[in-house]
Write a protein that binds this ligand. Sequence first.
Ligand code: B12
Ligand code: SF4
Length: 472
Amino acid sequence: MEQDKQVLLVFIQADSGVDGTSLLDSASSGFSFFNSLKDSVLSNVIRRAQFAIPPLALMILSSQRVSGVSQTICDLRFEKVPLDRHWDMVGISVQTGAVKPAFELARALRSKGIKVVLGGPYVSIFPDQCRDHADVLVIGEADDIWKEVQKDLLSDCLKSEYRVGSFPDLSCDRVVDKHALDIKSYFTTNVVQTTRGCPYSCDFCNVHVMNGHKLRHRSIPAVLREVEGFLKQDKRIFFFLDDTINADESYAEKLFSELVPFGISWVGQATTALGEKPKLLEAFSRSGCGALLVGIESLDDGSNHAHQKFHNPSNRQVECIKNIRKAGICVYGSFIYGLDEDTLELPGRLEAFIEETGIDVPGINLLRPIPGTGVFDRLAAEGRLLHSRDDHDAFRFSWGQEMLYKPQRISLQEFIPSYTALTGRVFTVQNALKRAMRAPRLRSAVLMFNLLYVHMYGLSRKDLQRQLRELA
Ligand code: B12
Ligand code: SF4
């Protein structure tokens, strides 16, 4: 009997960030054995405990089965590429900030005669930059076309490019399963997406570029079946990966009301507008929502507008966040300091806002101009990027550890000390304990996140101070 063709699907680890923060330049830490041991232990804890969820994209692809092809997922956050086994084809998911390690892996595999397929956000936005690094490119959302690629592999007629003509229709039922995953590596494997696309156009984001502005829905019965099926293998918490789980309020209300009997607990991402919708809030709370990440970005409407973010006006934020927390849902508030209209008085307001609202886990990010976003092109045109616009490696994934552009209204020499002073005040052990004590739920998780941030923002300050010295 002929053996199945073996396909490996690889998810690349980022240098830093949620994949396990480390100093961008370890020499600046004043190397000591103790320091590096502590940093590597904490980096491991962060990787495993913080967001150790499987790559849904690769679960979706491996669930598109073709007879005669066997698929395995390799997540480089937890394992090395298993080169001791035979692979007919390796697919790599290329994210924009991790292009370099993806291309290096592709080169190493191709030198061994293994066929390499590249897909994912970077390939979909910058196919021309990827051509020389792959045997096959898949451009766009590959939910359906992946079967065609596998069939062509079987008949030995792979094309050099597969381009998805239109966004896949999510309303037809595609089963997502976990057979290709190593379930025990993860904090949970219950990752579900109910909609794709985003009606908004924030210029620092490329979700609307990759997935379009129209919200595409999966059918509610299909999502319910998926939740039921997932629960049989893994009873842990669910992550709903939709960018805005309340984007279509009536769909969300129906879905989460129907999920109440499943007795799950879940987390997701929402806009603060949820705080003004009591029925939806109640459906979220009753269906087991423990925490929501909300993107607040700047407290200055002018700044948000300068970046094409018009939803969530600042005068309604406080009330909305309080209402969400009153419903028993923790709030992870994600801010960006350094947007175009931000000034040096913003940090004081931000600290007061975190206190007033009682935000359980604050995340104070630096703007990351990601190639392929509106803000990247604008900053390049205005001469405000700190690296050449063609050097995509320079715009790597990292935590709030380096400035990649010049803020509009604050000089870098003033901005960096102002940001590091802010994170130094917000992320203290004392504040971590206080936030955990007052959290409406999930107190140990709130404590863990806040304590990890004390460590991570400490590293961010060291890297930024080094950058400031270099700039001087
Ligand atoms: C869940 C999530 C995470 C999770 C899981 C990571 C993951 N990618 O699965 C965690 C929390 C770990 C995470 C971490 C980070 N994330 Co994140 N994350 C998301 C989120 C919300 C959903 C990802 C998802 O599952 N989408 C659904 C799937 C189905 O879509 P997809 O990944 O695009 O895959 C489709 C196609 O691209 C293609 N495809 C993808 N891979 C491959 C591979 C092959 C071989 C083929 C053929 C096709 C193919 O087919 C898929 C099916 O249609 C997205 C936003 C979004 N809407 O996508 C951000 C997003 C991917 N993250 C982003 C960022 C910046 C990060 C971090 C850098 C944050 C940080 N500072 O540390 C890290 C980087 C981690 C890493 N190693 O890449 C950016 C990436 C920007 C970019 N252009 O690359 C996004 C787009 C958010 C944004 N607003 O810009 N993230
Ligand atoms: S940041 Fe969120 S709301 Fe804004 S465009 Fe991206 S996904 Fe949509």
